[in-house]
Design a binder for this molecule. Structure first.
Ligand code: ASP
Length: 323
């Protein structure tokens, strides 16, 4: 009897699961952004959320869950119900935090379902408007001569700004005082106000400031100069080829999210990446939308696996870890 009841209950549960996957989505979806509002991840997330919401027929609401380089937001999503109503935009930090943190409360490789790759964004090295250096070589000289006083802003260990700063300090063999923020949105406010000296941040957040001349700009981490910022030399041109990399973003949900739901989300992501409004905004911010083949669960999983391996030795060599 007990066995029969169990089987009946099981069938009911499977039925309910199938029905909910079929009807999905029937209510608002939350997109967790693991950094402060107004920053680069937030900007990308809001553009995607708006377009995906139109495709899915339900609003996709952005929620900023900032802290610890994105790992606070990741931990929240890792324990959220695997029903597709909480999705998560995180960047290269998903790969670097796997090595940077000794005690993450989740395993980046198994705690999430993969939806697809979203964008790749270069970074730029910028400083407060009155910083006494005009070029990357001058910045390096100044920083090395003033290690006790120069401050570097980042969005916490695991942020792209942290990674870029770590590579920069390693390349010039100098340690600086870092000032962590909840995101580079608020860091930019302080930089413009002169409370912090310099940072390396994604073009999504820096392009308009550089174009307006409200910050000093020294280099981009892209392999070639950027169309939106043609006067800005590459880091390699300025003598730091180590700083040639892009910040890729992926879209995730909690592990165990039913495949039909993941596929629906992935399809909506693909539509967003072809949305003319999204494409136009991304282009203005020197942000490249992922290809249709990359906006898939398999491509994101492969990228994460390879990027964890790529960054591990560099992080271990830099010797920077967090608990
Ligand atoms: N993506 C972060 C933000 O949106 C910044 C970073 O990773 O450096 O604030």
């Amino acid at each position: 009897m007990k066995k029969l009841l169990g089987a009946a209950l099981g069938a009911l549960l499977i039925g309910a699961g199938a029905a909910s996957a079929q009807d999905y989505p029937t209510r608002q979806i939350t997109m967790v952004i693991p950094f402060a509002a107004g920053g680069p991840t937030d900007t990308v997330g809001r553009l995607l959320a708006e377009s995906m919401g139109r495709t899915l027929g339900q609003q996709v609401l952005v929620e900023n869950v900032a802290g610890a380089g994105g790992t606070v937001g990741a931990a929240r999503v890792a324990t959220s119900p695997p029903d597709g109503y909480t999705i998560f935009l995180y960047h290269i930090g998903m790969a670097t935090t796997a090595t940077l943190y000794r005690n993450l409360p989740y395993d980046p490789l198994t705690a999430f379902s993969y939806i697809g790759l979203a964008t790749e964004v270069p970074m730029t090295i910028i400083a407060r408007p009155d910083f006494p250096a005009e070029t990357l070589p001058e910045l390096i000289d100044y920083v090395k001569a003033n290690t006790a006083t120069v401050t570097y802003a980042n969005a916490g260990i695991g942020a792209a700004s942290h990674l870029c700063g770590m590579l920069f300090m390693d390349a010039i063999d100098t340690q600086l005082t870092t000032v962590p923020y909840q995101g580079t949105g608020p860091a930019m406010t302080d930089l413009l106000g002169g409370q912090v000296d310099f940072m390396c941040d994604q073009t999504t957040n820096t392009t308009s400031q550089i174009q307006a001349g409200t910050v000093k700009a020294y280099a981009t981490t892209s392999p070639e100069r950027l169309e939106a910022l043609p006067d800005l030399p590459t880091a390699a041109e300025g003598g730091l080829p180590e700083l040639t990399f892009g910040v890729w973003h992926g879209l995730y949900a909690a592990a165990g999210t039913p495949e039909p739901i993941i596929n629906e989300l992935s399809d909506a992501l693909k539509v967003a990446l072809q949305d003319p409004t999204v494409i136009e905004r991304f282009a203005a911010l020197a942000t490249t939308p992922s290809s249709q083949e990359d906006a898939t669960p398999a491509a994101l999983e492969a990228k994460l696996v390879s990027e964890i391996e790529l960054w591990r030795p560099l992080i271990v060599a830099a010797g920077q870890f967090a608990d």
